[in-house]
Design a protein around this ligand. Structure first.
Ligand code: S3P
Length: 446
């Protein structure tokens, strides 16, 4: 009988991190590239796609609904779309694995097609709230039957033609915004989303790139995004920039491990995603943007990050939407800062792949970091640059970003830190441990 692969990994303290690395493609952009290519008429080409489990779940779902998706040996993905309105009835439940983005965006697509799809996922995803998308999609006419509490498994019976709506987001969520806009693609008339607080705008950018009739207006009450439905999408060639959310771990690692000097190539720096760079700079981080350029319609640069003495800050609340996925990494930076960091105004962290406030608090405290928990964030007492105690095992709770953040913490600890299950890292960052080794870190399995 084959032995299961070891899931637990132990990270040893590193003397310094040095080298050049390239992070994988942006997860948000990769999902959208596959979805929109699958709806265009003709063949699209995608380069730099993130080949993580979450994005592969999207690819499998789009195949199950009629798109032809292939990958060549040079890692170029080709997608032959079915056309807006052309999604086919999937023959089996769509398995979304751990991926909230796949689930919520695909629910939007199914909602305005004459098909029915069942969505299932792992234990983490099955605990996450879907009411935020069920509400607007039901108003558009979709018939959605969910498990108690508005959770997965759930079934979406689309309505075609659906009813266009004007929807004001009640949570700052790019997934909810995107679900409604994607439903609007196959809905007659104009579907509008008003977002009082700006969230990542990859859907808007990419929809425009594919030829959708989409406009964005900035007004008193926020951004209004309007999409005219039933317009054909044209196939495109897309280059996916590197994921700033993956670069985040190396920005923090290089900042906190003394003597470090790291270049992270090809990092997407869309302003709706770059909040961590701002927060780290406020803490005194040494981050230099080299060779700023545009890749796939997104601003990109190579980041040179050198070790710096960080100081605790009161993290500005308005940065939250542009660094929502980066709080676990920021908490680690705070653990090494001089003084106290107060990171609040981020209650959405409670409903990510895990409750990232409670889980990071437990992980940091077990490794000798003093934290105070708030409903909407953490206050963290920094070590003043000294290594933290380490020595404890951390429960990753099916959350890739917990596993990676605590792996980084283990690089500057007095004793190794063990992650009980590092397998969730494959959802967003295949090759994470290879890069850790490239930079001079050491991790051992089992
Ligand atoms: C994402 C939006 C964010 C983010 C997630 C990816 C997206 O979620 O946390 O990792 O691609 O639209 P919310 O919309 O729930 O904030």
């Amino acid at each position: 009988m084959a032995h299961p692969l070891p899931r637990s990994v132990t990270i040893r303290p590193a003397s310094r991190l040095q080298g050049r690395i390239r992070v994988p493609g942006d997860k948000s952009i990769s999902h959208r590239a596959l979805m929109l290519s699958a709806l265009a008429v003709g063949e699209s080409r995608v380069e730099g796609l993130l080949e993580g489990e979450d994005v592969l779940a999207t690819a499998a779902a789009m195949r199950a609904m009629g798109a032809t998706i292939t990958r060549s040996d040079d890692a170029i993905w080709r997608v032959n779309g079915v056309g807006v309105g052309g999604l086919l009835q999937p023959q089996a439940a769509l398995d979304m694995g751990n991926s909230g983005t796949s689930t919520r965006l695909l629910m939007g697509l199914v909602a305005s097609h004459p098909i029915t799809a069942t969505f299932v996922g792992d234990a983490s995803l099955s605990g996450r709230p879907m009411k935020r998308v069920i509400d607007p999609l039901s108003t558009m006419g979709a018939d959605i039957t969910a498990s108690p509490g508005g959770r997965l498994p759930l079934m979406v019976r689309g309505l075609c033609p659906a009813v266009p709506i004007t929807y004001t987001l009640s949570v700052a969520s790019a997934q909810v915004k995107s679900a409604v806009l994607l439903a609007g693609l196959n809905t007659p008339g104009i579907t509008r989303v008003i977002e009082p607080i700006a969230t990542r705008d990859h859907s808007e950018r990419m929809l425009a790139g594919f030829g959708a009739d989409i406009t964005v207006e900035q007004g008193e009450s926020g951004r209004t995004i309007s999409i005219v439905g039933e317009v054909d999408l044209k196939p495109r060639s897309i280059v996916v920039p590197g994921d700033p959310s993956s670069a985040a771990f190396w920005m923090v690692a290089a900042s906190v491990v003394p003597g470090s000097d790291v270049v992270i190539e090809n990092v997407g720096l869309n302003a709706t995603r770059a909040g961590l760079v701002t927060a780290l700079r406020l803490m005194g981080a040494d981050i230099v943007e080299l060779d700023p350029r545009v890749v796939g319609g997104e601003p990109v640069a190579d980041l040179r990050v050198r070790h710096a003495a960080l100081r605790g800050i009161d993290v500005p609340h308005d940065l939250a939407p542009s660094m929502i996925d980066e709080y676990p990494a920021l908490f680690v930076a705070a653990a090494f800062a001089q003084g106290r960091t107060i990171a609040r105004g981020a209650d959405e962290l409670r409903v990510k792949e895990s409750d990232r406030i409670a889980v990071m608090k437990a992980a940091l405290m077990a490794n000798g970091v003093r934290c105070e928990e708030h409903e909407d964030g953490l206050t963290i007492e920094g070590s003043g640059g000294d290594p933290i105690a380490g020595g404890a095992e951390v429960a990753s709770k099916l959350d890739h970003r917990i596993a990676m953040s605590m792996a980084i913490a283990g690089l500057h600890a007095r004793a190794p830190i063990t992650i009980d299950d590092a397998s969730p890292i494959a959802t967003s960052f295949p090759g994470f441990f290879d890069l850790l080794h490239t930079l001079g870190g050491e991790a051992s399995w089992g």
